[in-house]
Design a protein around this ligand. Structure first.
Ligand code: SF4
Length: 239
């Protein structure tokens, strides 16, 4: 793993544009990928990054539980931006998983995310030295400690160029480039994951964007984006 002075870089990136942060990642990290959920705000990062590196591998974990609207949005964006999509899937096909485990997402969403989301994603991520994500601090309390660049699993660097963006900035950017938006956005889904009701619900005015994820349960993150002692943590999926 290439070593960086992350503190110094994060100071520098406080005043840099998102495009400059992406350019730094393209110059310094190889091979480099980005990830997307094809959720409510995904079009912006996909557009911004592919303007700089058009052939960047785009990792998408298809858990088998997505909304049909998300898969339609994926297809639209792949065609519009000519994305180099790398779709990652759980080892067990969705129908077999449901037959064996029933609604595990209701009984134990951590276990369900570990098998269907984190395991295939971590496997796909192993091929890369750098990873660009679309997380931002304003999405949830759990994301307040995120940095522009940070080590991940002691083996790669994670880059968060949209860290300081707010909802208006997304909207303005999407409008400027006439980007398609997720059809569930209009129905109040500001953060869109899997379709079971206990995994994603619309949010009300005043709630943070991720309040609709695993609502009423002690869970806000699937486990891919962890922010405390990130570099020391092992993948949840390996538990
Ligand atoms: S978000 Fe829900 S359905 Fe998707 S992997 Fe996690 S618990 Fe399972």
């Amino acid at each position: 793993m290439k070593s960086f002075d992350y503190a110094q870089l994060n100071d520098r990136f406080e005043k840099a544009s998102s495009q400059d942060i992406v350019r730094w990642a393209v110059e310094e990290l190889s091979p480099l990928c980005m990830s997307t959920s094809f959720g409510a705000e995904s079009a912006v990062l996909l557009h911004l990054v592919t303007q700089i590196k058009p052939d960047i591998p785009v990792l998408f974990t298809n858990t088998g539980f997505h909304f049909k609207e998300t898969l339609e949005h994926r297809d639209k964006l792949v065609a519009r931006l000519n994305l180099n999509l790398r779709e990652l899937k759980p080892e067990m096909p969705n129908a077999e998983f449901l037959a064996k485990n029933g609604k595990l997402y209701e009984r134990d969403p951590d276990a369900c995310c570990a098998v269907n989301k984190i395991a295939p994603f971590e496997k796909g991520l192993k091929d890369y030295e750098g990873w660009i994500t679309g997380i931002r601090r304003g999405q949830a309390q759990t994301r307040q400690a995120a940095q522009f660049v940070e080590p991940y699993r002691s083996r790669m660097t994670k880059v968060n160029p949209l860290l300081l963006w707010n909802g208006k900035m997304f909207w303005d950017y999407a409008k400027q480039y006439d980007l398609p938006y997720h059809p569930l956005w209009e129905k109040g889904y500001l953060s869109i994951g899997c379709s079971p009701e206990n995994c994603t619900r619309p949010v009300s005015a005043g709630e943070d964007a991720r309040a609709g994820r695993w609502s009423g349960q002690n869970k806000v993150e699937c486990g891919i984006h962890t922010f405390l002692k990130n570099e020391a943590q092992e993948p949840h999926a390996s538990k």
